[in-house]
Design a protein around this ligand. Structure first.
Ligand SMILES: Cc1ncc(C[n+]2csc(CCOP(=O)(O)OP(=O)(O)O)c2C)c(N)n1
Ligand code: SF4
Length: 479
């Protein structure tokens, strides 16, 4: 059967057809559509597949791991920054290992279309010592899900599947199975002491997982998703990972003249890379994200082959790849795009007209009129748009949930300076304690200058003069 699917939908369909029993996720572009697809799937409803949004990525990861321990196949989905949030259970799931297949699906967002950074999740796969897959097409994304569950169950480890924005959010025709695989039976491994990560168990397990790495690499060498395609012209070879392989094929519709190494399964298949560096004079490395392969290849290079890529400027150091970027790197003519139409006014994102955040920011700005130097700690979500005109109401946005805690830290530092300052009043008579930069009065002044907020001046330190009096005194001594 053929379906027109987004990459995200192909992943979801692939998981369902592979006998998925539960998806646990926290939303985030470009991963959200996976869970939405499963939530709306007839098969998932018929089978009562668990399909839950979770409180955050950590709880999602833990729920999926719990289901896997019971022998069922589970999926956890998130965007790349979510992997930071669930890093603890994620890395430790590599230590415990799994029972039913567990796929950790992470969607990276190079070019930061909807994210605050460009991190590359493949590093996490290496860090946690677990196999990582990176599909090059929507069809491969679908097929890989079944293979990912098989691999996970064979090696008893979670499998990280990394996609990037264009893979997640572009559509292609995908051939899907007529008959989905049945779900796993409940199968609780009562003897799994390595699920209890007491040091005694974890030390043994660490030796086992470390010992598995050579086998995982050999599996990558033999993987159907990694292939070495020889070419007539050995003046250059191209290593293309994930979707970059798709772009490379687009550059050469009649076949690439150079040898090509397609990488879609990690750990890195070093044997195949050594073959390329031995057979080709130069090697161009095309990968979406950070120079993950490029860095490692430079490290393992035995010979003098010239390595080109993101680190040497042939490909852009940051941002998404695209076929034109590859064409430039390969010395091919680049097709001219259309200039943007001048009649279309730019439409930066804005809060909806009836959005409640508008009232909050209006009120906040009203209050802050009396405190021109106030700093407002913001957060990630629609309310980040409060940074933009007409509100211009927030001064930070770092990660999800950071607003309150950062404001608390900032407030705490200033209160602490009130105390230090009182302390300092005693010490400032000692010459060696005067104006000591980030402690004492100097630091107090700095914080006072940068972090006043509403209500600050109204708080008088106990047993001392009021901050307003302190302020006056600071300036008097400045003068
Ligand atoms: C760790 C992490 N997970 C997920 C996201 C994706 N994300 C961005 S905004 C958002 C929802 C924010 O909702 P809310 O806090 O209610 O703010 P609102 O959008 O309503 O202003 C999500 C899930 C993210 N940026 N970081
Ligand atoms: S929170 Fe976002 S989606 Fe909801 S009304 Fe405000 S701007 Fe619109």
């Amino acid at each position: 059967m053929r379906k027109l699917l987004l990459g995200d939908e192909a992943i979801a369909q692939g998981a369902l057809d592979a006998g998925l029993s539960g998806v646990y996720a926290y939303p985030g572009t470009p991963s959200t559509e996976i869970t939405e697809y499963i939530q709306n799937s007839k098969l998932a409803v018929e089978r009562n597949v668990h399909r839950r949004w979770c409180t955050n990525e950590k709880t999602a990861m833990e729920a999926a791991l719990g289901m896997s321990f019971m022998g069922k196949r589970a999926l956890v989905c998130m965007k790349h920054v979510g992997l930071n949030v669930c890093a603890d259970p994620f890395v430790n799931s590599g230590m415990t290992g799994v029972n039913g297949g567990l796929v950790v699906l992470v969607a990276d967002d190079p070019s930061m279309h909807s994210s605050q950074d460009e991190q590359d999740s493949r590093f996490y796969g290496k860090f946690a010592m677990i196999p990582t897959l990176e599909p090059s097409t929507q069809q491969e994304a679908y097929d890989m899900m079944e293979k990912a569950y098989e691999l996970s169950e064979e090696v008893c480890l979670p499998v990280l599947m990394r996609v990037t924005t264009r893979m997640a959010h572009s559509r292609a025709v995908v051939e899907v199975k007529e008959t989905p695989r049945a779900e796993n039976e409940l199968n609780y491994d009562a003897k799994a002491s390595h699920w209890v990560l007491l040091p005694g168990n974890a030390i043994k397990r660490n030796i086992t997982v470390t010992g598995q790495q050579a086998e995982l690499e050999q599996r990558a060498v033999n993987s159907e998703y990694n292939k070495y395609i020889d070419g007539a012209d050995h003046s250059m070879g191209v290593i293309a990972t994930g979707i970059a392989y798709n772009y490379l094929m687009e550059c050469y519709p009649d076949g690439c003249p150079y040898p090509v190494l397609k990488i879609s399964q990690y750990p890195m298949p070093k044997e195949l890379i050594r073959r390329m560096t031995a057979e080709c004079y130069a090697v161009l490395i095309a990968e979406e994200g950070q120079p993950f392969v490029e860095d490692l290849v430079r490290g393992v290079m035995p010979g003098n082959a010239v390595i080109k890529g993101r680190l040497t400027g042939e490909l852009p150091r940051t941002g998404e790849l695209n076929p034109d970027a590859l064409k430039k790197a390969l010395g091919l003519p680049v097709s001219e795009g259309y200039a943007s139409c001048e009649d279309v006014a730019p439409r930066p994102p804005a809060l909806c007209q009836g959005c409640g955040h508008r009232d909050v920011y209006t009120a906040l700005n009203e209050v802050l009129k009396d405190y021109p130097n106030a700093r407002v700690f913001g957060d990630i979500g629609c309310y980040t748009l409060g940074f933009m005109p007409p509100f211009k109401a927030i001064h930070s946005c770092v990660d999800m949930g950071a607003s309150i805690t950062m404001a608390k830290g900032a407030a705490g530092s200033a209160r602490c300076h009130q105390r230090e300052c009182q302390h300092h009043r005693h010490h400032q008579r000692q010459p060696h304690h005067r104006y000591d930069g980030w402690s004492g009065l100097g630091r107090y002044r700095q914080v006072r200058r940068h972090l006043p907020w509403p209500g600050y001046d109204r708080r008088a330190p106990q047993g001392g003069c009021s901050p307003a009096q302190e302020h006056a005194r600071d300036h008097a001594s400045d003068a």
